[in-house]
Write a protein that binds this ligand. Structure first.
Ligand SMILES: O=C(O)c1ccc(O)c(O)c1
Ligand SMILES: [Mg+2]
Length: 595
């Protein structure tokens, strides 16, 4: 399927945008008049640039508010149209987008709109131009694609057809199955956008909050299925008005945008069993394989893990890499990275088919990860997430694969050694990278988005979005940090069977946890009326607690080392959350701790 993108999605000037679209690998572009008007280059120069870059100008949007008007206004609109058709000839494009009138229409009758659009189409025909008519969700008289189709049918001109835009159909809750009733040769153009499930006026929602497919909550694979089943074979074009993407790096956003289309066409093909359009079967992770922490000097991390009760799993036989483990929770400490600071550098997942997972991620446009591998090392296919984190896949368990490369470790099951698994990893993102990361986690990691929440922190609201497997074995808790937050910390949560005992032992070994205010425990007691012994333990050990109808959650946080810290969690019963009610306390305490 051919891919296209509206220049309004991107930041910068028109020439910059075109270069970025070509570099990302798009086949074509939609150009908005305002982008051309603000450019010094002539239409001929833009045409030549697009030709040189291998980009087709699939669509041009020169003006709006045409139909449903009085005769005098119509004559003026036709004059405007003629001038723009001349520009389109110079640009070398023959498809014009016309949105339904949102402002100047005074006549509601579809027959009048049809007659006027017919006159526009006849004028366009003199220039060899076709018109794609699009119902905007807030159009004055035409706001439903089915009404737009009725008008196009009434006008009955060969060069007048429909532009469908997923936002306008799905934001209004209109049934997309009616698309299949439109004649295929009248489906002139397709614009795609996702959006979060907001309850707000459609105009603001559309102009500021659209997202790339896979990042919001619209059923876009369902929508695209109807369009393709209707017989549409034109380009899939992204039209995403979003305040963030208009400010972010144009090259990076264009690459991000193309990934969303690749994901969408793959998932739509899978939904319909169109095998030749599918990339590879998604590989939802079965478990975390390991986390990798990188830094120049990781002795403080080793000290912390030791005090938590982790056991030393050995040194790598050929590189400055050491393993610490709490049962199946594997933490790899890598000192071969030169960059200063201590950070979470990689995450490994156990999947059914590691090669298929990597193939999908690469096809979707994730860059391959470059890492030093040595002879005899177990090969783990890998890519880089957009933020540079290494992602590794393993079809085997650690014990059956890379674990043997570590030598000189102690027995992980020896008396006193902590047993656990990685419960979740918490990742903070700067505001401009959040949606891109959601798309990566959906498309490359085959994780599903749980509903997002806003958590109050001392520097502002923290948007929190958990992405997980259905069974909860792998969970990534993503936070969009407020712009003024100094750090983008990440933490690894290890689940144990007895967090109170773990805390007591760790304190006994001299580990200090985040000190929790006494007020917190007074409030906890007021809310839950806890057993006096339990509240005394929680208080004495600086533990956090939550409870809901399915169970309870006991957890605590270690101090931060570089950009990394650990959390120990215990899930009681079927508790499935993350102690969200405690996050404001944690964020406030970390701040007053200078972290
Ligand atoms: O918000 C708008 O004006 C606008 C313009 C063109 C479109 O294709 C669209 O979907 C919205
Ligand atoms: Mg549109």
């Amino acid at each position: 399927m051919r891919t296209s993108i509206a220049t309004v999605c991107l930041s910068g000037g028109l020439v910059e945008k075109l270069h970025a679209c070509a570099a990302a690998g798009f086949d074509g572009v939609e150009i908005m008049d305002s982008d051309l008007v603000a450019a010094y280059e002539s239409p001929e120069e833009i045409r030549a640039l697009c030709a040189r870059l291998g980009l087709r100008i699939d669509l041009f949007q020169p003006f709006r508010d045409f139909e449903g008007v009085d005769e005098l206004t119509l004559l003026e609109n036709l004059r405007r149209a003629r001038a723009k058709f001349e520009v389109m000839q110079r640009l070398g494009t023959n498809m014009m987008l016309l949105c339904s009138n949102v402002a100047t229409a005074t006549v509601a009758e579809p027959e009048v709109a049809a007659e006027q659009l017919g006159r526009l189409a006849d004028l366009a025909a003199e220039y060899g131009i076709s018109i794609a008519y699009e119902a905007l969700a807030w159009g004055k008289y035409v706001s439903d694609y089915r009404d737009a189709w009725r008008i196009v049918e009434l006008a009955d001109r060969a060069n007048l057809g429909i532009c469908l835009d997923s936002f306008h159909v799905l934001s209004r809750g209109h049934d997309p199955s009616g698309i299949e009733a439109i004649e295929p040769d009248k489906l002139f153009f397709l614009q795609l956008a996702d959006a979060p499930a907001f309850d707000m006026d459609v105009l603001s929602w559309s102009r500021h909050h659209r997202l790339f497919p896979g990042e919001g909550s619209f059923d876009l694979t369902g929508f695209l299925s109807h369009v393709l089943l209707a017989g549409y074979r034109g380009p899939l074009s992204l039209e995403v008005f979003n305040d963030t993407f208009r400010q972010t790096d144009v090259q990076r956003t264009a690459a991000h945008a193309l990934r969303s289309l690749r994901w969408l066409s793959d998932r739509t093909a899978a939904r319909n069993g169109w095998e030749d359009l599918q990339i590879a079967v998604p590989q939802p992770p079965r478990a975390f394989d390991f986390v990798e922490i990188a830094g120049e000097d990781l002795a403080p991390v080793e000290d912390l893990l030791n005090k938590l009760g982790f056991s030393f799993g050995g040194g790598h036989r050929s590189k400055p890499v050491r393993l610490w483990r709490a049962g199946d929770a594997h933490v790899i400490l890598n000192e071969q990275h030169r960059a200063p600071g201590t950070r979470l550098a990689g995450v490994g997942f156990v999947v059914e088919d590691a090669a298929a997972a990597a193939k999908r991620a690469l096809a979707i446009g994730a860059p391959p990860a470059f890492r030093r591998t040595y002879e005899g090392e177990y090969p783990l296919p890998a890519v880089s997430a957009p933020d540079g984190t290494g992602v590794y896949w393993n079809s085997q368990s650690a014990a059956d694969s890379w674990l043997v490369e570590f030598q000189g470790g102690e027995s992980p099951t020896a008396q006193g050694n902590l047993q656990g698994v990685i419960d979740h990893i918490n990742l903070a993102y700067p505001w401009q990278e959040f949606d891109e990361a959601v798309l990566f986690n959906t498309s490359a990691l085959a994780l599903d988005a749980a509903p997002s929440a806003d958590l109050p922190g001392p520097r502002g609201l923290v948007r929190s979005q958990v992405m997980r497997t259905a069974d909860g074995a792998v969970r990534l808790a993503m936070n969009l940090a407020p712009p003024t937050a100094p750090l983008q910390p990440r933490h690894v949560a290890v689940r144990v069977s007895d967090a109170i005992a773990t805390a007591r032992q760790a304190k006994g070994r001299g580990l200090s946890f985040l000190p929790i205010p006494a007020n917190y425990y007074d409030d906890l007691d007021a809310r839950f009326g806890l057993d006096p012994e339990l509240i005394a333990d929680l208080r004495a050990l600086d533990l956090l607690y939550d409870r809901d109808e399915s169970g309870a959650f006991i957890h605590f946080y270690t101090p931060m080392i570089g950009d990394v810290f650990f959390e120990i969690v215990e899930r009681v019963g079927d508790y499935d959350g993350y102690g969200a009610a405690n996050a404001p306390v944690r964020l406030a305490v970390q701040r007053s701790d200078g972290q």
